[in-house]
Write a protein that binds this ligand. Sequence first.
Ligand code: ACO
Length: 325
Amino acid sequence: KITAAITGVHGYVPDYILTNEELSTMVDTSDEWITSRTGIKERHILKGEGQGTSVMGIEAVKGLLAKTNTKPEEIDLLLCATVTPDYVFPSTANLIATACGLGHVPSFDLGAACSGFVYALTIGSQFIETGKYRKVIVVGADKMSSIVDYQDRTTCVLFGDGAGAVLLEPNADGYGIVDSKVYSDGAGVQHLYQKAGGSKYPPTLETVQNREHFARQEGQAVFKFAVVRMAEVAAEIMERNQLTSEEIAWLVPHQANKRIIDATAQRMGIGPEKVMLNIHKYGNTTAATIPLCLWDYESQLKKGDNLVLAAFGGGFTWGAALVKW
Ligand code: ACO
C-alpha cells in the first residue's frame, strides 16, 4: 500500500507583531485577561495595501520548494485551505501556484475553517495513494485580520495571520498519512460565522455599517463543541489504528485557545510534554495553525513518531489525522 508521506514542511508569518499590550490600547482588555483565558501573548499581522492571504502562501510554498530541493514543475497539484481568500474567485491556490512557477498545475481552494488543513491533507493524500500524482503541496493560509473586528474584544484578541505548507510524496514503507477522518455539521453555523459578503447577504452599505463582514462567534458554545469533538475524533483515529496514548509521540492540535488544547489532551490521556503548542506567539491562524506547529517542532520530530493532528472549526467542521513521521 502506498501512503502519502510528509517530506517537507515550511511556514511563514508576517513581520508585524501585534502584542496583547497594543490590543489593550485598542479595546477594553488586558494582557492578563488574554493570557489567562487563551494562552495568547502576541500574533503576527499582515500589513499593507493589497496584501492578501496569497502573499503568505507564496512565501511558505517558495520556502518549501527550496528546502526540499523540488523544482516547481515537479509539482502535480496544489491545494489551499483558507477562509480568507484574496478574492471570492479565482482561488488563492491558483494565485500561489502561478506565483511559485508551478505552471498550469491543477490547484483549488478548500474551505473548512479551522479544520481546513486536516480536510486538505485528507484530500491531497488520496491523489498520492491512488498513484495519480507523485508530488502534492497542501497549504493552510489565513489572513484573519481581514475579517476580525478590532472593535470586538471577544474575537479580536484571538486571531492572527500566517501560512504553512507541506509536501506529500508516495511512500511504500507505511510512513505519512496513515489514516484520517473528517466530519461536518452545518447546524453549527449560528455559533461561528461571517454573516455578510457571501451570496446570501452580498455587501451593501447596510451590511458594512452593521459590521457584518466580520467573524462572529459564541465563544463558550464553540469552546465546548471544540473540546468534545476534537477529543472524540482523535480517539476514533487512535482506536481504529489500535494505538494507545503512550504510543502517540505528539498531539498536534488546532491552536484556538490553550484551554481547549489542554482539555482535549487531558481527555485523550496525553501529557503536556507531548502537545505541540505555539498559540502564545501566533494566536489562532485558522487553517495555518497545524502546519505552523509542524514547522516549529520539526527539529524535535523523529522518524517513525506517531502524530495525531486534530482540529475543530466553523461549520462546524472537525477532523483528525494519524501521521507516521
Ligand atoms: N478582554 C477582557 N474581557 C473580555 C474579553 C477580552 N478580550 N473578551 C470577553 N471578555 C469578558 C466578557 O465580556 C465577559 O464579561 P461579563 O462577564 O461582564 O459578561 C467575561 O470576559 C467572560 O467572558 P466569557 O465569554 O465567559 O469568557 P471565556 O472564558 O469563555 O473566554 C473565549 C472567551 C476566549 C472567547 C473562549 O470562550 C474561547 O476561546 N472560545 C472558543 C473560541 C474559538 O476558538 N473560536 C474560533 C474557533 S475555530 C474557527 O473556525 C475560527
